[in-house]
Write a protein that binds this ligand. Structure first.
Ligand SMILES: NC(=O)c1ccc[n+]([C@@H]2O[C@H](COP(=O)([O-])OP(=O)(O)OC[C@H]3O[C@@H](n4cnc5c(N)ncnc54)[C@H](O)[C@@H]3O)[C@@H](O)[C@H]2O)c1
Length: 334
């Protein structure tokens, strides 16, 4: 079995922490180096249980810090990268777009340059996996269509524009220098350890505290939800077996309007709290829509299914109940 030194950026965040745990526990012959700045969204407690494993090293640092990133590549002889570090919240990107450009674009470029330098343009056995979003494709009409890997990039928010730009740089490093890159574009993830500004953890918290549940517009926007563990499995397959220079769409084939999702969250959370069925429905509060709010995202994941045999396995209700229990426990432990 081939020994590898893999750099995982953003490993103290939501998805990154699940990726790090999966790689540390499954690939004992790999050494995982987690690089994370620990911004407001990063939390070292997300990976506390695996911090001191012999095949894991945590480095606190910024992906835009060129000197540090180059040192990490050299010192740890990195031969694979899974790049998840990013500013990830659309609302924050609307109020502070420059932060998103710097972190998501310059940060990705800094990693690509460090990889190119460390690997001296000899890419045998190397891999640069960039983790991106379906939001780069823009929005779909309510009545049909799905994003495929051939869909045009058409980002609408500063967040998705910064991710689209970073995707372009990654592809350019493959086409220009021959770096073996892969990109995955995934739909909305849910699961434990998400920062509580995002819809599911925020709303569970608000239901517990009987606070308003702010729903944008009419709640008719549609998202395709995927359990984070299914995403991690897809990333594992693409990292190891994806075709260099390719991108893969990853989705749950699980479309929900925001308002129907909120009602389901209320139903399960009320049940878990022992409240009357539907008691918290009165907490729903419709608020002014987000600027440039994309109407619908939906993913055609047939390429990853056909090429790599990946399919989502988590039942949505079951995954949601597990997730809600995790947030309820965290709330009680506070
Ligand atoms: N959450 C989703 O539904 C979703 C869906 C598709 C794609 N993605 C992508 O997956 C990746 C991870 O998303 P997430 O939801 O886990 O994000 P997150 O906000 O929960 O975590 C991001 C992590 O990156 C770290 N980070 C941010 N800027 C950094 C910097 N300059 N240097 C080092 N570390 C830095 C943060 O400390 C944090 O730990 C992102 O690239 C995002 O675009 C997310």
């Amino acid at each position: 079995m081939k020994q590898r030194n893999i750099l995982i950026t953003g490993g103290a965040g939501f998805i990154g922490s699940h990726v790090v745990r999966h790689f540390v526990e499954k690939y004992l012959h790999y050494h995982i180096f987690t690089l994370d700045k620990l911004t407001y969204a990063g939390n070292i407690s997300n990976i506390e249980d695996i911090l001191t494993r012999p095949n894991h090293t945590f480095v606190q640092g910024d992906i835009t810090d060129r000197e540090l990133v180059e040192r990490v590549f050299e010192e740890y002889r990195i031969d694979g990268v899974m790049h998840l570090a990013a500013e990830s919240h659309v609302d924050r990107s609307i109020s502070a777009p420059m932060v998103f450009a710097h972190n998501n674009i310059i940060g990705t470029l800094t990693l690509l340059e460090a990889a190119r330098k460390a690997w001296s343009d000899n890419f045998e056995g190397k891999r640069f996996h960039h983790i991106s979003t379906d939001e780069v494709y823009g929005a779909l009409p309510l009545d049909g269509g799905k994003f495929s890997e051939m869909s045009c990039y058409d980002p609408h928010s500063p967040y998705s524009a910064s991710k689209a730009s970073s995707d372009h740089f990654v592809r350019a490093y493959h086409d220009t220098y021959g770096m073996p890159t892969v990109i995955t574009n995934c739909s909305n993830n849910y699961g434990p350890a998400q920062y509580p500004e995002k819809l599911i953890p925020l709303f569970v918290e608000n239901i517990v505290e009987r606070k308003p549940l702010p729903v944008y517009g009419t709640g008719g926007n549609v998202r395709d939800w995927l359990y984070v563990g299914d995403h991690v499995e897809a990333l594992d397959r693409v990292f190891h077996h994806g075709i260099a220079g390719s991108s893969y769409n990853v989705g749950g084939n699980n479309e929900w309007t925001n308002i129907d999702l909120v009602k389901l969250l209320i139903e399960i959370t009320d049940e878990e709290l022992g409240r009357e069925s539907g008691e918290s429905l009165s907490l729903i509060k419709y608020v002014e829509d987000r600027a440039g709010h994309d109407l619908r995202y939906a993913i055609d994941a047939s390429k990853i299914r056909e090429e790599l045999g990946w399919e989502p396995t988590m039942d949505f209700r079951q995954g949601l109940r597990h997730t809600i229990r995790w947030y309820l426990k965290r709330h009680l432990d506070k």
